[in-house]
Design a protein around this ligand. Structure first.
Ligand code: SF4
Length: 467
């Protein structure tokens, strides 16, 4: 669901291009990845020297001035801050000097031990950090990393960081892409007419007139040289933990993960949801846009017709303010309108419930349109724990599933019933297992390295706050 108060904030989108006019193509690709981050955008190119343009704002406004970005090598970044404040100094990509020339890095993910590494880089290498972004920490780690190859330097970095990272690097006339060994965040490789692209999501390739080639695998390092991909390598393996929320909410429906469109995965989630929790309804409607695919699947498995019920006003922008409840209800009414639903029993499919405060006005809207019953069906298991790997959801005490059971939540939102898909149902739909998928925001069980780092992270945060 996407309301004017976006309930789950996506993290970042990255892109790398090797082709004529790579800078222009990277900007174009960032448009396709805008849903992954809306706070700032930036592109760096290389033509013997690095050219970097980045600023706060959406891609359209950041590049409205048509900056000069010459060269056939480029990387780009859309940012939403999960670590570091929302200021221009934290905008990506990050350029650093290194012993092997200028290095530019764009990062999607979150590094839990960034505060500790920041101090270590300053004390041990006498480096000055200019931002509080974890991406700058990664760039500086690589700038001092020993080793003669990118694999060696990246392994040195990987041995020191705890967290999630899908990275693209611009290192002179070389592009490097890497996914952390958990494969927590996506990264894909695509082919365009005169070159190659790496991007967080394959939806960026079609905008560039290209086609997806394959996903970069967890722990894989890929390199693109003058003539295209060259043999890369692998980081030390770890248990895989791809983010289940990429399937549920974050990724664009036309993106492919492992060759399967996210839209198809969301339909499958809706089908499982319908099998687990059918509803006594005459019509299935989705909360647009991200609930729509799951609503179609719910209709398929229950045999209840799908129809349009809620209409989204596409001209109401996203805002990060925290409105009071009365204001929130007005914002929901600005965002959605309802078609006549007189006398109909409605199955209302939403992608997830975070704080629970936007669902109530939506149920009210459906009732005002004439619905006689509203049965809410949720395409994610109850959200009980925060994300430390790059998705800004809410604190544990803010997550409504920790305060109310399903029946209580139904009463709170004035729905006639409310049910979530189970974790096992979700895994069947996404074709994942507990050994290759991160489900921590539903189960509280984080990937092992993350779990082990949480006490130290809490301590470092307390020390930073005390300073
Ligand atoms: S905790 Fe949730 S949102 Fe975060 S990586 Fe894991 S599945 Fe994704």
């Amino acid at each position: 669901m996407d309301t004017s108060q976006q309930k789950v904030k996506d993290e970042c989108g990255v892109i790398a291009v090797h082709a004529p006019e790579a800078g222009k193509l990277a900007v174009l690709g960032l448009h396709a990845l805008q849903h992954r981050g809306q706070e700032s955008a930036g592109v760096a190119t290389f033509d013997g020297a690095v050219h970097l343009h980045k600023a706060m704002g959406l891609v359209e406004s950041v590049f409205a001035c048509d900056p000069s970005l010459p060269g056939s090598w480029a990387i780009g970044h859309n940012r939403y801050s999960t670590t570091g404040s929302s200021t221009a100094v934290n905008a990506g990509p990050f350029e650093v000097a290194s012993r092997f020339g200028p290095l530019v890095l764009a990062h999607n993910g979150n590094i839990l031990n960034a505060p500790i590494l920041r101090g270590w880089l300053a004390d041990s290498f006498n480096l000055t950090l200019h931002s509080d972004s974890d991406s700058e920490v990664l760039a500086l780690l690589l700038s001092v990393a020993p080793g003669d190859s990118w694999i060696e330097r990246l392994q040195w970095m990987a041995d020191r960081v705890i967290g999630s990272y899908s990275l693209v690097l611009l290192a002179g006339d070389r592009l490097i892409g890497v996914r952390d060994p958990m494969g927590n965040r996506p990264l894909a490789m695509g082919r365009i007419a005169e070159g190659w692209v790496l991007a967080s999501e394959s939806c960026a390739f079609s905008l560039l007139g290209g086609i997806p080639v394959r996903d970069v695998q967890p722990g894989e390092v890929v390199e693109i040289g003058q003539d295209g991909p060259i043999p890369g390598g692998w980081l030390t393996p770890a248990r895989h933990a791809f983010c289940a929320f990429e399937h549920i909410y974050i990724a664009r429906p036309d993106t492919l993960f492992a060759g399967r469109a996210v839209h198809a995965v969301r339909r499958a989630i809706g089908e499982e949801l319908g099998r687990e929790h059918p509803a006594p309804a005459d019509l299935v409607i989705g909360v647009p846009d991200s609930g729509t695919s799951a609503a179609l699947g719910f209709s398929t498995s229950t045999g209840i017709p799908f129809g349009e019920g809620l209409i989204k006003n596409r001209y109401v922008g996203r805002t990060f303010i925290q409105p009071a409840q009365a204001e929130r209800e007005r914002l929901i009414r600005m965002k959605f309108g309802a078609l006549p639903l007189k006398g109909k029993r409605i199955a209302l499919v939403d992608d997830s419930i975070v704080r629970g405060n936007t669902l109530r006005p939506i149920v009210a809207l459906v009732r005002e349109a004439g619905a006689s019953e509203v049965h809410v069906r949720v395409a994610s298991p109850p959200l009980t724990d925060p994300c430390y790997l790059g998705v800004d959801m809410a604190r544990k005490d803010e997550l409504i599933a920790n305060r109310m059971g399903e029946d209580e939540l139904a009463a709170h939102t004035t729905a006639d019933s409310l049910r979530h898909i189970s974790v096992d149902g979700l895994l069947r739909a996404i074709r994942g297992t507990r050994d290759d998928t991160c489900l921590a925001c539903f189960t509280g069980r984080y990937p092992p390295a993350v779990q082990a780092a949480l006490p130290a992270r809490a301590e470092a945060e307390e020390m930073e706050m005390a300073r």
